[in-house]
Design a protein around this ligand. Sequence first.
Ligand SMILES: Nc1ncnc2c1ncn2[C@@H]1O[C@H](COP(=O)(O)OP(=O)(O)OP(=O)(O)O)[C@@H](O)[C@H]1O
Length: 556
Amino acid sequence: MTSLRLLPLAGLRLLLPLIVLSAGAAVLGPLGTIPLGHLVSGGGLASLVALLLTLLAQELCTALREPAGTAAARRIDGVLRARIRATAAAMPLPRLEDPRVRADMRLAVHGHRGRTPGTAAVAAAGEAGRLASASLGAAVLAVHVGWPAAAALALALAQNHRIVTMLTGIDALADTPGQTRRRRRADYLADVAGGPGAAKEIRVFDLGGFFTGRYVAAMRAYLTPQTHARRAVVRGYAGVLALQLITAAGTFAILAWYAATGRLDAGALAQCLLAALLVFAYGAGGHQMFEIAYGTGPYRATLRLLTPPAPVPATTGEGIALDDVTFTYPDTERPLLRHLSLRIRPGERLAVVGLNGAGKTTLVKLLTGLYTPRSGTVAPALDTAVVFQDFTRHPLPLRDNVRLGAPAHDGTDADVLAALDAVDALDLLDVLPGGLDTPLSRAFTGGRDLSGGQWQKVALARAVYALRAGRQVLIVDEPTAHLDARAEREVFDRLLDHARGRTVILVSHRFATVRRADRIAVLDGGAIAEQGTHAELMAAGGRYAHWYRLQASLIT
Ligand SMILES: Nc1ncnc2c1ncn2[C@@H]1O[C@H](COP(=O)(O)OP(=O)(O)OP(=O)(O)O)[C@@H](O)[C@H]1O
C-alpha cells in the first residue's frame, strides 16, 4: 500500500477523476443500504428510484474507474521511467554494471507479469476504496447490532491482510538474489537461442538444441521454487476460507437472532445484509491484491534505483594523474591494480602496454573518471575524446555516429567529412547508398552493416570530430585492432597529426604503433613495471624489449 505515495505523479488532471470515481464506488455501496431499507419497509416508488439511482451511479463509477486508473498508471510509469533513465545516465559505471542494479532496472521498467509501480499505486487506491466501503458497511451494521459489526470488520481485515501477505511472499521470492540470478540466466539463454546476435554460430555449430535444452533447465530451476511457494499459498487459502466462514456464519447468526427476537425489522435486516456483504467482500480480497502483490517488486526496484547511493569521495590533484591507486572490481577479492602511480604531462603522448588482462582498459576507465579507486587519488582526464576497446556502434545514420563525439558542437557536414577523411574513411561514402544519412544497421530501411574495421574507423572519426570541437585529451584503447596493417599505419599517422599539441593516451598491443609515443608505460603485476621511450626500454632489455622482439620476429 506504500505505493499509494506514487499517485501524485499522475498529475491532478488524471488523479482527480480517479479519486472522485474511487470515492464514488466506495461510498455509493454503503449509501445504497438506506433506500434498500426503506424499500423493504414499504417505502414505495421513491425508495425504489433512489435505490436504482444509487446502484446505477455505483456501476458507472466502477466502470469508469478502469480507464481512469489505466491512464493514471501509464502516466506514473512514464514519469518513473524518465527518472530511471536520467538516473541510469548519471549512474557511476560500477553501479550501472552491478547485476543487481541491472535486474532492478529490468523489473522497474518492464514490470512483473504486466504489473508495474503505476498499476500497483492505482490498485492500492482501489484497495483503499474497498476498505472505506467495508468500514462504512460495518458502520451501518454497528447502528443495528453494535460491537459484532466491529468484530466482523476486524476478521475481514485479518483475512485481507493474510491474503496480501501470502501473495507478496511469492513476489518477494521472485525478488531474491537466487531467483533473479536464475531468471537472468534463463533470459540470457532465451535471447541467445532466439536472437540474431548468436544466430551465425548457432547454425554453423548446430547449437539450437543445446541452447533450448539449457533454457528449459534454467526456466525449470527458476519456476520450481515459485511453484512450491504457490502451492503453499493455495494451502494457506484454507485458513482464509475458514476465517471467512466464521465471519459470515457469525454475522448471519447474529442478524437472524436479532430479527427473531424483534430487534431488527425487515427493512433494517435487508440493510444489514447488504452492509455485511460489503464487509465480507473486503475480507475475500479481489484482483487488485494481485496487482499490488505483483507490482510490489517493480515498485521496490524503482525505489532502490532512485535512492541515491553514498557519494563517492572527491578526486584530487592537478593534470591527469593516478597516485598510489589500488583498485578492486566489485564482487572480486584481489586488487587488479596495486599502489599504482602515473602522471601524464599536458601534450604528452603516452602509450600503455601489457599482457591480456593486465588492467590496461581498467586504467583507462580510472583515467576517465568512470571508476573510482579503493584507495589512492585520481585526477581524471577532463575534456576528453575517448575510443574504447568496445566502442559503441550506434544504429544511427553515419553523420550522427560521427557527430556524437561532440553533440553540442555546431558542426557542419564539412566537419563530419573532415573527421572521416582524418581516419581514411571517406571511401565509406561509396558503399553507403544514402551517404551520411545511411543508418548503420540493416534493422532500418536503407541501412547498411559495416565491417569491424569500418566500424573502428567510424569510432575514430567520432574522436577526431571531438578533437576538432576542442577536446584537449585523446584516449584510445586498441584503436587499430580491427584494421589491416596498411590502414593501421595510415590511420594512426593521421590521428596523431590531428591530435598535435593535445595529450594522447594510447593502449595498444601493436608495437609498431606504440614505439612512436613520447613515453611507454608497461603495466604488469598491477603496477607500472617499466617506463621510458622506446629506445630506453629496448636498451634496458626488460619486458618491453622482450615483447617487442617477439612481435618483430613473428612479423618477419
Ligand atoms: N566490470 C568488471 N568486473 C569485474 N572484473 C572485470 C571487469 N572488467 C574487467 N575485469 C577483469 O579485470 C581484468 C583486467 O581487465 P582489462 O580489460 O582492464 O585488461 P586489459 O589489460 O585491457 O586486457 P586486454 O589486453 O585483453 O584488453 C580481467 O581479468 C577482467 O576479467
